[in-house]
Design a protein around this ligand. Structure first.
Ligand SMILES: *[C@@H]1O[C@H](CO)[C@@H](O)[C@H](O)[C@H]1NC(C)=O
Ligand SMILES: *[C@@H]1O[C@H](CO)[C@@H](O)[C@H](O)[C@H]1NC(C)=O
Length: 208
């Protein structure tokens, strides 16, 4: 079940307590990414994150990029879980494109744009911006940036119309997001992740 808690505008001592964000739990992540309960014997040293480790960064990213629609959250979660084989990878290994990665497994050109959008990285980026591997490593050095790429991509690279369709929770909206915004292919294996995500987040389609 998905809960969305709206922050209230209060003054005084209650103001802090009133700020609560919708939270994805580690258990929900494990349902979407079934092997994310463990990082024992990781296939790529230093890249694996468990659902427990991933949850706070994913929630921080949804909050930072204001991704509050459960249907949009389900789409981003299923994308990153599918692309990273349940958070086992943060770099592209198949075939191994240098500089491709973060949990969104995005290509080097998007990692450059993403890094350039983060003010705190400006100093570091200036010296490495022509090196895709160094740009990726800069993003991977902070889990907030590593796990934030999916929310950044949705909110900066997809059109308003694509987001509106995605937010309906319809399969057509999700397929459009995958094929036209993310630019990849809808497959049964990818859809299985999305099916689990919409189910565990309680997304109900408002379009047929
Ligand atoms: C976040 O999204 C809500 C709902 O769409 C909107 O009302 C609000 O202005 C947004 N906030 C920011 C900081 O973008
Ligand atoms: C960013 O630059 C600062 C200052 O040069 C340095 O201390 C820090 O290690 C750099 N961070 C990364 C992730 O390379």
């Amino acid at each position: 079940m998905h809960f969305s808690v709206t922050a209230l505008l209060l003054s005084g001592p209650l103001a802090l307590a009133a700020t609560a964000a919708a939270s994805i739990t580690a258990s929900q992540l494990e349902t979407i990414a079934p092997t994310s309960n463990t990082c024992d014997n990781p296939p790529a040293a230093g890249e694996c994150a468990t659902a427990d480790q991933a949850a706070p960064y994913i929630n921080a990213a949804f909050e930072q990029y204001n991704v509050t629609s459960p249907a949009e959250q389900a789409a981003v979660l299923s994308l990153i879980a599918f692309e990273t084989l349940d958070f086992k990878y943060s770099k592209n290994h198949f075939p191994g494109v240098p500089g491709q990665g973060t949990r969104n497994m995005q290509s080097p050109a998007f990692n450059s744009k993403y890094a350039a959008s983060i003010p705190a990285l400006a100093g570091n980026l200036s010296s490495v911006s022509s090196d895709p591997v160094a740009v990726l490593n800069l993003l991977l050095a902070d889990e907030n940036y590593d796990f934030g790429s999916g929310a950044w991509f949705l909110t900066t690279q997809c059109s308003a119309e694509q987001r509106t369709q995605l937010a309906t929770g319809s399969q057509a909206g999700w397929e459009e997001y995958i094929s036209s915004c993310v630019g990849t292919t809808v497959t049964d294996a990818r859809k299985a992740y999305w099916d689990r995500a919409v189910s565990v987040l309680g997304v109900s389609s408002s379009a047929s």
